[in-house]
Design a protein around this ligand. Structure first.
Ligand code: FMN
Length: 177
């Protein structure tokens, strides 16, 4: 490792350094989508996604309290998690911006629960919007997965504030899980 950082117990955290510490955790990248009460598709790039439970099938993600879409996601009965494939960087970049008409030019379909599913995604999970927890400066959403599809492809990866790809997705061994 070329650089390192230790937090000072006497000082409040430096937000940039804390963000960098969290960025040591490599994640996949998702676009979380829903539709407003008026039927307008909305969505954002999100890497706070995590699996929670196999039975029942629960997943979570968190949304900043500053998001202009907060009230829409709080009220939506359903949302979709679109796990992005390695070749979807541009889509991820587009949905990480606060702008109208993010879906213009994007290829997507409405799923069985009426939420937007992005074409070409590695996986699409359609969820009932089960539980919301206010926590710090985010709201954690727990979704009950009612329908999913996935395909065998390389995922988009996010690590240390940058997009990345896996060197080799298959080293010939299995984790045993
Ligand atoms: C890789 C990546 C992951 C992100 N993860 C989250 C997240 O988990 N939660 C969140 O609220 N914002 C996250 N963001 C930031 C949002 O995508 C960004 O603020 C976006 O503008 C929100 O869209 P909105 O303004 O239309 O709500 C992430 C951005 C990137 C690039």
């Amino acid at each position: 490792m070329s650089s390192s950082c230790v937090s000072d117990p006497q000082q409040p955290f430096d937000p940039r350094e804390f963000r960098s510490a969290l960025g040591s955790f490599a994640t996949g990248v998702t676009i979380v989508t829903t539709v407003t009460g008026e039927g307008v598709p909305i969505g954002l790039t999100c890497n706070s996604f995590s699996s929670v439970s196999l039975s029942p099938a629960l997943v979570l993600w968190s949304l900043s309290l500053r998001s202009p879409n907060l009230s829409n996601f709080l009220q939506a009965p359903h949302f979709a998690i679109n796990v992005l494939a390695a070749d979807q960087r541009e889509l991820s970049h587009r949905f990480a911006q606060s702008m109208a008409n993010k879906f213009d030019g994007a290829q997507w379909k409405s799923g069985v629960l009426g939420v937007p599913l992005m074409d070409g995604a590695a996986a699409q999970l359609e969820c009932r919007n089960e539980t919301r927890y206010y926590s710090g400066d985010h709201v954690i959403f727990i979704g009950h997965v009612l329908h999913y599809v996935y395909r065998d492809c390389a995922p988009l990866v996010f690590w240390r504030g940058r997009y990345a790809e896996l060197d080799s997705a298959d080293d010939g061994s299995k984790s045993g899980l």
